[in-house]
Design a protein around this ligand. Sequence first.
Ligand code: SAM
Length: 259
Amino acid sequence: MDHLDLVRRQFGANATNYATSPVHAKGASLARLVDELHPDPDWRVLDIATAAGHTAFAVAPHVNEVIATDVTPEMLAVARTGAAERALTNITFEPADAEALPFDAASFDAATCRIAPHHFPRPPRFVAEVARVLRSGGVFGLVDNVVPDDLVAARFANDWEQRRDPSHVRCLSLDEWLALLTASGLAIRHAELLAKRMAFVAWVDNMDVAPELRADLLHALETAPQPATEFLRPELGAPGDQDAAAFHLTECIVVAVKG
Ligand SMILES: C[S@@+](CC[C@H](N)C(=O)[O-])C[C@H]1O[C@@H](n2cnc3c(N)ncnc32)[C@H](O)[C@@H]1O
């Protein structure tokens, strides 16, 4: 199956979950991203892979206009409803692939993309597209889950995530992101890492994971190699107790400016 079809299958079937998912709707990175963007009331902003629209909703009150985009039609429908419920009238919603943005060069003052690039097969193409659509001096705010430099931990975290969600491609490390952004002519203005606690059941519920796979994923966490447990910092109850299980992911928040 084509990767974008896989994304649409995963997120189309689970679109409404993302409207209420706490890490997406209320995660600390949302406010941090808006703070570090330093939004301007005149800005035209592109939100890439908007899903249920949380980043677009957070940015919209601070700018003139937001174009919120995604490849999954069901997600755009959920986001449109969310904008109407919040009476946000300066957001429009359009289908768009992050790696082939259907917008003119230099047509945005800022772009955002939060907790989504780990689904993109070609991150360099995505970053090049962001750089292309930003005007000179335009600002890019990126938030994504990252992996540590340790290869054992990085491989475990990415493989484990891909078993939960087959549309997961790869979380990069912060250093990889900084190198990619710089290579596309974006100068790093801010970079930070932020830990987030993930309840195991909410994590598997978001993708409506089958019962047998839920048990396998918890067992994998319970028996993870040491570098992975140092990274994920699991909180475990009795073996197999899904309700008691939690772990931690790490997000990067990076703001970069086009030269
Ligand atoms: C976890 S959600 C994003 C969360 C959202 N940005 C937020 O802040 O709440 C991931 C989204 O990425 C979208 N997506 C995945 N691959 C994409 C691509 N190549 N181009 C655009 N959107 C994509 C999916 O359809 C899904 O809606």
